[in-house]
Design a protein around this ligand. Structure first.
Ligand code: ADP
Ligand code: MG
Length: 238
């Protein structure tokens, strides 16, 4: 079980409030996409979920337990970023095992978990390579592998595909969805791309200027937008 509840969450940087009271309920195993224009607060919200940013007001709970003050390392959450900087001097195996090593996991366990994750992501034959010897898509899979090895309850993705070319982006959408079908981990995926949101989400959260405009299934938002912002944003390609 890993339901995530965001209730009345606000965020201010100094005197400027950028998230103005957001409520989002995420069911266990759901794939939720936060979508909205650049600057609307998607990354800030995700960083609060991860514990990388403090919460000014409101609560975030995981499985009913308020985590506002729980440090990132203890949250059982893994995050994949847009700039998924791999360690250039480490092999794929070491990149994937590094977080387990930091946590003091025994060598045999690191070995087992990295190999399991590599099998899932089709990286078996690339474990000895270094990042510079990989294609863009392979690097992206290593970045996901680093998240999977920890077997987190919740996956967070912040625009993971925006540095890839259009063709690879489409292929990786399918891969990430297939991965979710397999692992069934609760996932919060951030993008500014409405096509990505429409094709990937179980549930879409449309954000605008630090507020939630509408939450619903892709077709629901398309067919019955609550307001002009949602209609315009979901209805027109990026
Ligand atoms: P998005 O990810 O949707 O593009 P962000 O969450 O990055 O939006 O940013 C939301 C707003 O918060 C923006 O106005 C941004 O300038 C502001 N912001 C983000 N991080 C900081 C920070 N560390 N200090 C001050 N303002 C910030
Ligand atoms: Mg962002």
């Amino acid at each position: 079980m890993a339901a995530v509840d965001i209730v009345g969450v606000r965020k201010a940087f100094g005197a400027t409030e950028v998230i103005h009271g957001v409520d989002i309920a995420i069911a266990d195993g759901q794939f939720v996409v936060l979508v909205g224009p650049s600057g609307c607060g998607k990354s800030t919200l995700l960083r609060m979920l991860a514990g990388l940013e403090s919460i000014t007001d409101g609560t975030i709970s995981i499985d009913g337990k308020v985590v506002n003050l729980v440090p990132p390392k203890e949250r059982d959450i893994a995050m994949v970023f847009q700039n998924y900087a791999l360690y250039p001097h480490m092999s794929v195996f070491d990149n994937m095992g590094f977080s387990l090593k930091l946590r003091g996991a025994p060598k045999a366990e690191i070995d087992r978990r990295v190999k399991e994750a590599a099998a899932i992501l089709d990286l078996d034959r690339l474990l000895e390579r270094f990042p510079r010897q990989l294609s863009g898509g392979q690097r992206q899979r290593v970045a996901m592998g680093r998240a999977i090895v920890r077997d987190p309850k919740v996956f967070l993705f912040d625009e993971p595909l925006s540095n890839l070319d259009a063709k690879l982006r489409v292929a990786m959408r399918t891969e990430i969805r297939a991965l979710h079908q397999r692992l069934r981990s609760t996932t919060v995926y951030v993008t500014h791309d409405q096509i990505e949101a429409m094709t990937m989400a179980d549930k879409i959260v449309v954000m605008h200027d630090g507020r939630v405009e509408q939450i619903g299934e892709p077709l629901e938002l398309y067919d019955r937008p609550d307001n002009l912002f949602v209609a315009g944003f979901i209805g027109s390609p990026a």
